[in-house]
Design a protein. Structure first.
Length: 473
């Protein structure tokens, strides 16, 4: 009877793990779906997308300065002026003339209208101006500005792609960390359940005098040891789940649906020489492209600062329509006058307090800094490629060892079971073998997750597009 119970418990433990794994592969959240949700909900990625649009509009704004700038200005003003009494004359020129001629009467009448005849003086004026300004020669600074903004636009687009790759690798790590935490928690809970059943059996046997007190204490110690491990895995699982929800924006309940075994086997067959990996990173890494673009931007800026000493030539023209009356608020067509002008404006900086010189030298130092940054980025990427390449190679070896360890633990459990069934061993040996088997299960799950994560990390280091890899899963 005891032998049958022992077999049933072991079979039940393996069945629970198999059912959980089988269910995870038929229903739930896949890694590709998780990546899609993260790309749609990631705030940093959305900010990078907006930076691309801002760069596009900045380019269009500066490009518009190549075209004529036409402005329309208009003003209409009413004025009421209370003149002092001393400003109003007591006589008129027309009345002071004794016998004026026709011309003298006309001239005197015009002068009378110019002099105030009452304290209230109302004025109305209107001015409308259409002006045009067209840059003809700016020393090439405007063209350099367009070149810079065009490169900035490309820079922001590549930064968006880089942020997307970083988001994908973050989701991959969070996804498989959560799955590993769930698997570890499941295995530890099953181990605790087995330990509690074993303790119950040993306690019954001890009460009948069939086992020693050492066997009973050993069973109690194992239960006490597993309790904090279960709590630790629960905390790890909860933290991993919160982190995964934060990255993907998931708010509802979900169940992971990873393809662990097939992917780990397929990824283990991936081979790349270290020299080829370094060459691929040098050709494909977005970070190297970004620092190259940044260096080119500083080169153009330095060239533009050198042109600050050149003159500027602009074409300016304007047409003004104006009118003014002091005797009425009504303006008709006869009251309007027209004035127009056109000319070339020449601007030449002679002395600017050495500000242009300081700008030129500052741009030169920024260019040198960008060149140093490019070299430093290249060295860091080469180091990253070496680290990820070695880590992936180590993960493949660890996977082989852990698969062998699981087989050994399975064989040890079978032998311990057979010895106990043939009364050649004790039940404690079976329990110890079960503990080793559970530990080997966790280690193998960690190895399989490790090779998947290292595979993605290596491909990112090589500069490969992670979107394509996710799409193939």
């Amino acid at each position: 009877m005891k032998k049958m119970i022992q077999k049933m418990l072991l079979a039940l433990s393996l069945l629970v793990i198999w059912v959980n794994t089988a269910h995870a592969t038929t229903n739930g959240l896949t890694i590709s779906t998780a990546v899609e949700m993260a790309l749609a909900n990631n705030n940093e990625l959305q900010m990078a997308k907006e930076d691309v649009r801002i760069a596009e509009q900045n380019y269009k704004e500066v490009r518009g300065q190549l075209f004529p700038q036409i402005n329309l200005n208009a003003s209409y003003k009413l004025t009421n002026n209370q003149l002092p009494k001393s400003a109003i004359p007591d006589f008129t020129l027309s009345g002071a003339l004794d016998d004026p001629s026709a011309n003298e009467s006309i001239i005197a009448g015009m002068l009378d209208r110019m002099l105030p005849s009452s304290r209230n003086r109302d004025e109305v004026s209107f001015t409308g101006q259409l002006s045009l300004s067209q840059p003809i020669f700016l020393g090439g600074k405007l063209i350099d500005g367009l070149r810079v903004l065009d490169k900035v636009k490309i820079l922001q687009e590549k930064r968006y792609e880089l942020e997307m790759q970083n988001t994908i690798i973050t989701v991959v790590n969070a996804y498989y960390d959560l799955y590993l935490a769930e698997e570890g928690l499941s295995i530890q809970r099953q181990a605790l359940s087995n330990a509690e059943l074993h303790l119950q059996r040993v306690t019954n046997l001890f009460s009948q005098g069939l086992v020693s007190e050492y066997d009973k204490l050993r069973a109690e110690l194992e239960v006490s040891r597993l309790h904090p491990e279960v709590l630790q895995y629960e905390n790890i699982k909860n933290l991993a789940e919160e982190n995964f929800k934060r990255i993907t924006g998931i708010t509802d309940e979900f169940q992971l649906n990873p393809v662990i075994y097939e992917n780990s086997i397929a990824f283990a067959d991936f081979e790349v020489a270290l020299d080829d990996a370094l060459s691929s990173a040098g050709d494909n890494r977005l970070e190297l492209f970004l620092v190259g673009i940044s260096t080119e931007i500083y080169q153009v800026q330095y060239s533009a600062e050198q042109k600050n000493f050149l003159p500027n030539i602009l074409l300016q023209a304007d047409v003004t329509r104006y009118a003014q009356r002091t005797d009425s608020y009504n303006i008709d067509g006869n009251d309007f006058g027209t004035m127009g002008s056109v000319g070339l404006v020449f601007q030449m900086p002679l002395f600017t307090g050495l500000t242009n010189t300081a700008k030129k030298l500052g741009a030169k130092h920024e260019l040198r800094r960008a060149e140093y940054e490019s070299m430093n980025t290249t060295e860091l990427i080469n180091l990253e490629v070496r680290q990820t390449w070695q880590s992936f190679d180590q993960s493949k070896r660890v996977l082989e060892v852990q698969e062998m360890n699981l087989n050994l633990a399975q064989r040890a459990l079978n032998i311990a079971q057979a010895r106990f069934e043939n009364q050649a061993g004790i039940q404690l040996e079976v329990f110890d073998a079960q503990i080793q088997y559970n530990a080997a299960q966790i280690a193998l799950a960690q190895a399989r997750i490790g090779i998947i994560k290292d595979y993605f990390a290596l491909n990112k280091a090589l500069g490969n597009n992670l979107n394509n890899i996710i799409g193939e899963l």
